[in-house]
Design a protein around this ligand. Structure first.
Ligand code: NAD
Length: 250
């Protein structure tokens, strides 16, 4: 029996990439899973079946759009109706757009702030009351180095990730005495669709700067998230775990 047996986990943006890796890792510890994100309906149904059969847990999919607060709240309520409460909430959904600020399309700014930042406010706001009632919860938000440093041409992404660091610490303080931990992870460059969009030459330079000398895998990130959700990690709150092959050191 895994340490999340009998618990339910909602992972936003989990139909691919890091989120899918996290969903698999939490399922392997026994959690029922609510997948969220876009994609081909048949492919998502196959994913659900595969995770259910591999780990013997219930897996649902809700295609709520993280830009829409009403859909986010409805997703949380449907998960609570089925599983009683969301015990583990992982705010992972995220998109990227790269452009100088004076050419940055306002609609891209709005989408990135909504998906990468505001959706975490809405999921936490909706899921916390049931966590408090149960007296147990684990929230993990996906930040990254851009929660602490900047890089040019990523104004919305950097602003959103700085915001995620702020939400993480604020909520951690608010619920510190209610057996609910709130942490963030800061992945380095991970081999997902988001990073496959980076030109090969740029990617080679990025990898050259990673002390361990490779891109991360979704499973590397998922390992850290699973660790933060364990009962005996309950003295860790308001923290950010760097999972980046050592890149945070310089
Ligand atoms: P990805 O593109 O592989 O996956 C993104 C997921 O979000 C998909 O499931 C997609 O369907 C979903 N999504 C996109 N828009 C959505 C919306 N409006 N509503 C609901 N779901 C939506 O990306 P990824 O690389 O796995 O990134 C996941 C998270 O990790 C993001 O927050 C990203 O900022 C962060 N991150 C990624 C890397 C990296 O190198 N890949 C590094 C650090 C942090």
């Amino acid at each position: 029996m895994g340490f999340l047996s009998g618990k339910a986990a909602l992972v936003t943006g989990s139909t691919s990439g890091i989120g899918l890796g996290i969903a698999r890792a939490l399922a392997s510890e026994g959690a029922s899973i609510v997948l969220n994100g876009f994609g081909d309906a048949a492919a998502i149904a196959a994913l659900r079946r595969e995770i259910e059969e591999t780990h013997g847990v219930a897996v649902r999919h809700v295609a709520a759009d993280m830009r829409k607060p009403d859909e986010i709240t409805a997703m949380v309520r449907s998960a609570e109706a089925e599983f009683g409460a969301i015990d583990v909430l992982v705010n992972n959904a995220g998109i990227q757009h790269v452009a100088p600020i004076d050419e940055f399309p306002p609609e891209k700014w709005n989408d990135i702030i909504a998906i990468n930042l505001s959706s975490a406010f809405h999921t936490i706001r909706a899921a916390l009351p049931k966590m408090k009632a149960k007296g147990w919860g684990s929230i993990v938000n996906t930040a990254w180095a851009h929660a602490f440093v900047a890089s040019p041409y990523k104004v919305a992404y950097v602003a959103a990730k700085h915001g995620i660091a702020g939400i993480t610490k604020t909520v951690a303080l608010e619920v510190a005495q209610q057996h609910i931990t709130v942490n963030a992870i800061a992945p380095g460059y991970v081999d997902t669709e988001m990073v496959r969009a980076v030109p090969a030459e740029v990617l080679r330079k990025i990898v050259a700067k990673v002390p361990i000398g490779r891109l991360g895998h979704a499973s590397d990130i998922a390992r850290g998230v699973a660790f933060l959700t364990a009962d005996d990690a309950d003295f860790i709150t308001g923290s950010t775990l760097s999972i980046n092959g050592g890149q945070h050191m310089y």
